[in-house]
Ligand binder design. Sequence first.
Ligand code: MN
Length: 280
Amino acid sequence: MNPSVPQVTTPDAAVPWPLLQAPPRWRNIDFISDLHLQDGATATFFAWQDFMQTTQADAVFILGDLFEVWVGDDTYQPEEAQAIETQCAQVLKSASHRLEIFFMHGNRDFLLGAEFARICGMTLIDDPAVLEFAGQRWLLSHGDALCLMDTDYMEFRTQVRGLKWQHEFLAQPLERRREIANALRAQSETRKRSGVVYSDVDNREACNWLRTSRASHLIHGHTHKPADHELGAGLRRVVLSDWDAAGTPPRMEVLRLTLNADSSHHRAGCTIRRITADLA
Ligand SMILES: [Mn+2]
């Protein structure tokens, strides 16, 4: 067994989610989500590429929606050099030689499969997953599974995360899958324009998850509402920002955990910071 590779274990029956033990050599861990990369969004792609090439972190956790849409690993055609899938695969693969990359599915890219992850040199992790770092537990999630008030979406989510739906969807020709995905995105755009108020993460359920995993912090994305919420009883919900490097002001934020210089992994001690990607 290679001790430099993080081990995924389930240490006790009480915690139903995978536990990821950070190796002792990790000093910095970066979290990003909701980049929504797609053909044409070049400013955000280049900002992210720079970040992946230069970050000082030992590990990068991508907590979902790296891609705006993912309709199957066969969208990756390496001979299509300009396609977003090809460009991202190159960035991930080259970064994976100097740091660990973990990928959690978002609601846009939940069909990203083991084969593409392998090509990119990244490790797929479940949603949620528990990370042990700096003597603490950190609960990681994309966040959409916690938006309980949006009952329509929760129903849709249950359906599309099921094996039967995924099997049937992936059996369709690529062009048909792209059409379906475009129709779904158009529907979601119409809903957005109609001024519908998007439901947020349910704090009570977030607390339940935190207590179940015996973690103090939940780190998630999805809502595009970066904030640090105090949930009481020492529990916190830390929300990542989405990325838009062409926005005013540009959004390209990284959440970084840094082990305090005087602490070992067995004693609590790390700082949480939000930094812009070009300073990571
Ligand atoms: Mn999302």
